[in-house]
Design a protein around this ligand. Structure first.
Ligand SMILES: Nc1ncnc2c1ncn2[C@@H]1O[C@H](COP(=O)(O)OP(=O)(O)OP(=O)(O)O)[C@@H](O)[C@H]1O
Ligand SMILES: [Mg+2]
Length: 236
């Protein structure tokens, strides 16, 4: 479904990604594990089109999307949940969900059905519908950000550290939600994280990123061994 070839990204003259290669098959959950500053967000921003690569190619569903702007990639099936719970604090939960629908012209007439379906997948949001986004807890905001993205029916979901600063019970809840969505919607997911337990619970394969380079792939057995993970992921 997604094929990334020799992707290089710089900020000004500073190279950050040094030729990243990886593939994701339809229905797969891929984890990308790396410490702070290793290039995880930069990679996702390049995949959604917020950053222009210096060179390399991104293919989605066998189409070269490297030069598509973000809204076109979004319409073509990529959903992106940014790092840091990017919701509208002054809109209610219901209005936040609506924004995820209204940006897709073809979904506007199905708004009521989409919101009903989303509430089945995210039952916690039902009692919060009329509350302003800004007053929700961090975990609730993260769940809302995920739900809003799902309102656009993405085929490929890019998640940037959804567990950052979130209490363990909500992390568990997000794991269950994503497992359920996988079965129900056949989603494909690329997840970047530092949280080893979360990434292990969800990923079929895990790549390690270190200073803008994919340095290896960890099997589930290797992931279960903290010493091996430490060796691959390295120090900050
Ligand atoms: N707008 C920018 N201009 C210049 N350098 C930047 C910019 N954004 C990020 N960087 C640098 O690029 C590198 C990779 O940053 P990136 O945000 O991709 O890391 P990350 O793996 O997502 O880290 P974290 O886990 O802290 O979110 C870092 O050294 C960072 O300082
Ligand atoms: Mg980041």
């Amino acid at each position: 479904m997604l094929e990334v070839k020799q992707l290089k990204v710089s900020y000004g003259r500073i190279p950050i990604l040094h030729g990243v290669d990886f593939n994701v098959t339809e229905g797969e959950f891929i984890g990308i594990l790396g410490h702070n500053g290793m290039g995880k967000t930069t990679l996702l921003k390049a995949l959604i089109g917020l950053l222009k690569p210096v060179s390399g190619e991104i293919q989605l569903k066998n189409q070269n999307i490297t030069r598509y702007p973000p809204h076109k990639r979004n319409r073509f099936g990529i959903g992106y949940v940014a790092q840091g719970r990017d919701i509208f604090p002054n809109l209610t939960v219901r209005e936040n969900l609506r924004t995820g629908i209204l940006m897709h012209k073809n979904l506007r007439s199905k708004e009521t059905t989409i919101i009903e379906e989303i509430l089945e997948d995210f039952p916690r949001l039902e009692s919060l519908l009329n509350r302003r986004g800004g007053v929700l807890s961090g975990g609730e905001q993260q769940i809302l950000a995920l739900a809003r993205c799902l309102c656009g029916s993405p085929e490929l979901l890019l998640l940037d550290e959804p567990t950052e600063g979130i209490q363990p019970s909500i992390v568990e809840e997000i794991i269950e939600i994503l497992k359920n969505l996988r079965v129900k919607r056949g989603l494909t997911v690329v997840l970047v994280e530092q949280n080893l337990e979360f990434i292990s619970a969800l990923s079929d394969r895990v790549y390690v990123i270190r200073r803008g380079v994919f340095t290896g792939e960890l099997s589930p057995e290797q992931l279960a061994n903290p010493e091996i993970v430490q060796e691959f992921v390295g120090m900050n």
